[in-house]
Design a protein around this ligand. Structure first.
Ligand SMILES: Nc1ncnc2c1ncn2[C@@H]1O[C@H](COP(=O)(O)OP(=O)(O)O)[C@@H](O)[C@H]1O
Ligand SMILES: [Mg+2]
Length: 281
């Protein structure tokens, strides 16, 4: 469980995170969704004590990270946005190295690295240097590295940024499987599709502030479950309805190209943004 209480982070005159309060429960798959510069990375960096808040408290499984970093660190696995692999070490050596840094016994290092290489499908490439791995393989190895010391919470900063579609799906499946096995996950993303596909609950962050939280379904329902889309005067316009029948009835009255479909998170996001998601700040 992660708890943020009135967390603020300032860099000189820039407020990167503003009075952020949130509780993430055990077993949640939480997605922190927001545009570039919203404060997502800063929040994750504070969660794993890479940087300290200017004000407010963060606890991980009940341990305040400013008072009991050792316990908090044990509970957390961290996958940063940019590579934290040792390029000249092999996949196996990268995992072993992380195990040694965390004080695992030789026996645990051997057992755990074997399990994780098998779980990720990287066992056939275990002796190759990380430097030769593709972006997707590197991302998988970074996730396995974060899991070496058996944390129960995994933090991921934009885990699929820069990956092509097939690799993005592979990383998604891996994260889903980890969630199924009981891990608590907190990821940041600016991909609405990713947030909708993976997360059990979302928080929308912008300008460092948490604007709203809810399940993807709640956010979509709030906007309207069905969309009537039409192109008029050089612009695509969307209208939202609670049922497909209502949307279809309205479409029947219109001329030109119309389309009725189930709403997705992107539609909801655009509608809710219009209602002040961005303007509130
Ligand atoms: N080390 C830093 N020094 C100064 N400003 C920073 C630093 N890190 C982040 N910022 C600023 O804080 C804001 C939030 O950045 P960041 O947390 O990286 O956002 P995101 O990850 O959502 O793109 C941005 O305005 C960014 O320029
Ligand atoms: Mg970032």
């Amino acid at each position: 469980m992660i708890s943020y209480k009135n967390v603020t982070k300032k860099y000189g005159g820039v407020t990167a995170v503003a009075d952020f309060s949130l509780e993430i429960g055990r077993g949640e798959f939480f997605g922190l969704l927001g545009p570039n510069g919203a404060g997502k990375t800063t929040l994750l960096r504070m969660t794993c004590a890479l940087t300290a808040p200017s004000a407010g408290d963060i606890s991980v499984n009940g341990a305040r990270i400013d008072r009991n970093l050792t316990d908090a660190k044990r509970s957390l696995g961290v996958v940063p946005q940019y590579s934290n692999l040792e390029n000249e070490l092999s996949a196996l050596q990268n995992l072993e190295y992380h195990g040694r840094l965390y004080g695992l016994t030789r026996r645990d290092i051997r057992r755990r690295s074997r399990e994780l290489l098998e779980f990720s499908g990287l066992d056939g490439r275990r002796d190759e240097a990380a430097r030769v791995f593709s972006g997707g393989m590197r991302r998988k190895l970074m996730i396995m590295k974060a899991l070496m010391h058996e944390p129960d919470i995994l933090l991921l900063d934009e885990p699929s940024a820069g990956l092509d579609a097939p690799w993005r799906r592979r990383v998604w499946d891996l994260l889903r499987e980890l969630h199924k096995r009981g891990l608590t996950l907190l990821l940041t993303t600016h991909y609405l599709e990713e947030a909708e596909a993976l997360c059990s609950r979302l928080g929308m962050i912008d300008g460092g502030a948490l604007r709203r939280t809810g399940t993807p379904g709640e956010m979509i329902s709030e906007a309207g479950k069905f969309v009537l889309e039409y192109f008029e005067n050089g612009m695509t316009t969307q209208r939202f309805f609670d049922s497909r029948d209502e949307a279809a009835a309205r479409a029947a009255l219109m001329e030109g190209d119309t389309r009725v479909r189930a709403a997705n998170l992107e539609d909801a996001f655009i509608k809710l943004s219009g209602k002040g998601f961005e303007a509130e700040g």
